[in-house]
Write a protein that binds this ligand. Structure first.
Ligand SMILES: [Zn+2]
Length: 85
């Protein structure tokens, strides 16, 4: 799969806790992209509140992933962007 191929694809809903961990990482946040299975999902923080955000993007294919989890690694997840699309 080419880099950025899913940049304009529809968002995919996923449960962070059920995704596979990204290869070679010890971070509990990094997960393997469920779409291309090559890139990583890093989990981002809102720069204002520093809360984890539920909208993520694959580092390889650009697929947008929306997490349905309320907590990731014990931290609350902001679902403020859920009504966006
Ligand atoms: Zn991907």
């Amino acid at each position: 799969m080419r880099t950025g191929e899913n940049m304009k694809a529809d968002p995919v809903k996923a449960c962070h806790a059920q995704l596979e961990p990204f290869r070679g990482t010890e971070s509990p946040y990094r997960k393997l992209c469920p779409t291309c299975r090559e890139g990583a999902l890093l989990v981002r923080r809102d720069q204002g509140s520093m809360m984890l955000t539920n909208v993520d993007r694959c580092t390889h294919c650009g697929q947008v992933v929306v997490y349905s989890d309320k907590f990731i690694n014990g931290e609350p997840v902001s679902h403020a962007d859920e009504d966006g699309s």
